[in-house]
Design a protein around this ligand. Sequence first.
Ligand code: CA
Length: 716
Amino acid sequence: MIRNLLLASSVLALAVLTGAATAATPAVAAANVTDSRLLGAGKEPGQWLSVGGTYEERHFSPLKQITPDNVNKLGLAWFADYDTNLSQQGTPLYIDGVIYVSTAWSKVYAYDAHDGKQLWQYDPKTPGQFAPKICCGIVNRGIAAYKGKIYLGSLDGYLIAIDAKTGKEAWRKQTVDPTKMYSITSAPRIIKGKVVIGNSGGEFGVRGYIGAYDAETGNQVWRFYTVPGNPAEPFENKAMEMAAKTWGGKWWELGGGGTVWDAIVYDAEHDLILFGTGNGSPWNQRLRDPTGGDNLFIASIVAIKADTGEYVWHYQTTPGDTWDYDAMSPIMLVDITQQNQKRKVIMQPNKNGMFYVLDAATGALLKADPFTAVNWNDGVDMKTGRPRVTKEARYDNEKAFNLAPGVQGAHGWHANAYSPDTGLVYIATQRAYFVMQGQNNFVVNPAGANLGINMGAAATYTKDHPDAPRDFVGYISAWDPIQGKEVWHGEPGQGPTGGVLATGGGLVFQGGGNSTKEFRAYDARTGKKVWSMDPQTGVVAAPISYELDGKQYVAVSVGIAATNYYAPNYSRMLVFGIDGKAQLPAPVTYTPPPLNPPALTASAEQVAAGNKLYDQYCNICHGVNGQARTATFPNLMVTPMLHSQEGFDQIVLGGVRAARGMASFADKLKAADTASLRSFLIAQANDLKKRQPAIAPPPPVQPADAHADLGADAKK
Ligand code: CA
C-alpha cells in the first residue's frame, strides 16, 4: 500500500514536470548563475548571463530567428518606464525569464520578461550631493549576477549585493576612500567566486586600482594598484617598483590616475584578468611628470592572475599620455588562426584611435591600425610596440594642437560587438577633434577636475585657423581586425553613437546615440540598414538578445539626457520580438524655458571674479560659460534663479537641491562669491541673447488669392 502510494506520487511528480516543460517558462527571479554556467555561457545562447554576454565579452548572441529577411516584422513586444530623465547606459541581463537592468543613479529593476511586469526595484539611495564628483554623467553601465544575487557598483563607490528574489539589499561594502573623488559607473564582473570591479576619478586626482571581493561576504580578496604611490613608502609589489621607474616629479600628490573604469575581461584559458587603465591625472603630462616618462601603468592593458591579482604582463597603448587617452574601451577575447596556428587574442578599439590586437597570454602586439582620424602618431613601431608620436601633438602652454582623436575619443565606453560569422568587429566609432593647450598658472582644485589644459583654447585656435576640422561625430563601423581595415560604416550623427549587439541571424543592432533618435538593425555583412524604429529619445546603451518560450527577443535601455534638463527624455526598457504590436504613448509637448536674463548691473571686476569661481567650481557640471555641456545638469542661462540672489543662494549655499545632485557649496563659497557667480552668469546670458538672431514674428495668414499682390508689395 505504502509502496503504491509512493509510486503514485512519483507518477504525479513526473506529470507535473512534464507539464512544466510544455508550459511557458516561469520568470524565476533567482539569478541562479553558477561558475559552470558562466564558463559555459556559449552553450546557453538563449540567456544573457553577464554584461558582455559571455566571458569573451563579444556582445554577440548566436540566436538566429530574427534575420535580414524577417526583421521588417520586428515590433515592440513591451516597454517599461524608468523613473529618471537622465542617460541610461546599462546593458541588461536576461536570466531564466527575468530581465535585470541598472539605470541612472545606480538603480536596478527586475522585470518578468514575458510582459514587462516589474518584479522589484532597488535604489541604493546615493546621496544627491555626490553628483559633482562625477566626470561624465550620473550613469550606471551594468550589473552582474551570481548564486542568487545581483551585484552593483554604486556611484558613491559601494559594491552592493542585492537578493535577486526580493530586490532587498543583502550587503554593501565601501570599495573606495570616500574622502577622495572616486566613483563607480561600470559593471562588476564575477570571476571564480569573486566580484571584480574598479572605479572612476582619473579627472579628479585619484590613484587607480582594480579589486576583487568575495561574492558571499564582500570582503576584499586582493587589490592591484595601476600606478605607484609615494616612493617614500614601501611599494605594494614588484610591479609598482617597476612602474615607479617610469615616473618623475611628485605624481602621487595628484594620484597619478590610471583608473579602471570599465574594460575587464576574464581569459579562462590562461586564468588571467585583462583590463584597461585610464588617463594620467592630470591630463597634461607636463604637470604630472615634468620628466616625460612613460608613467606605467596609465593608458595600458594589463594582465593579472585571477586568484591573486599578481602582475603578469602589460602593454601601454599611450606611453606618457597627455591627451586623456584612457585604454578603457571594451576589450574582447577572440580566437584567430594565424599561419595555421590557433591563437587567443584580445581586441580593443582604443580611445586613442588605434585598433589593437594583442596575444592574450603574453601581451605581444600583433596589430595596431588607426580606425578613425588620428594625428597624434604616424603609426606604431611593431618591433618596440611604441607609437611614433607627432612632435607637435605634445602641446605646451604656448602652442595649441588640434588633436585627433580629441579628448572625446575615437571610442568611449560604448559596447562593440564581434561576430564569429562575419569575423568583423562592429565599433561604436567617433571622429573627434579637440584643441589642446597647456594651462598657465595651474593650481590644484581639491573640489573639482584637475586637467591642466586651457579649456578655452579652441576659441582662439579656430579664429586663427578657420578651416581647421572640429567635428565630433559618431557612427558604427564594421572593422576587419585581420586586414586592419573598415568594411562598411553607418551614417554619422552628432556626438557619440550607441552600443552594439551582433547576432547569429546576421544582424547588428545599434542605437543612434546622443543625437539620432533611432534604434536600428544593419545587415552585418553589407551594412545596409534593414530596420529602424523611433524610440522618442537617444539610445546609447548596448542591446541584448535572448530566447523565451522558443522565441527570440531584443532588449535595450533607451534614454539620453534630454537637450534640456527639465524636458522628459522617455527613459525606458524596450523589448522587441517578431510581430510585436505594443505602441509607445505619444510624446508630450514641452516648451523649454526662455532666455530671459535680468539686466546686468554688476561691475566688470565682479563679473571677472565670478568667471574665475565658475571655472573652478561649476564648469565641470554646468558646462563652459554656464551653457550646460549635457542636460544632466540645468542650463544656467535660463534658470529662473538669475532673477533672485536669494533663490540662487538657497541652492548654492543652502543645498535645497542636494537630493537632485546639486550639493551645497557653503564650505567653499561665501555670499559675496555667489553674488559674483550670479553676475557672471547674468553677463553670459545677456551676451548669449545678444548673439541670438532675433526671432521673427510668424508671418500673417495670407488669404488664398493673395499671390497677385506679392509682386506689387515687393516693388514698394
Ligand atoms: Ca578620461
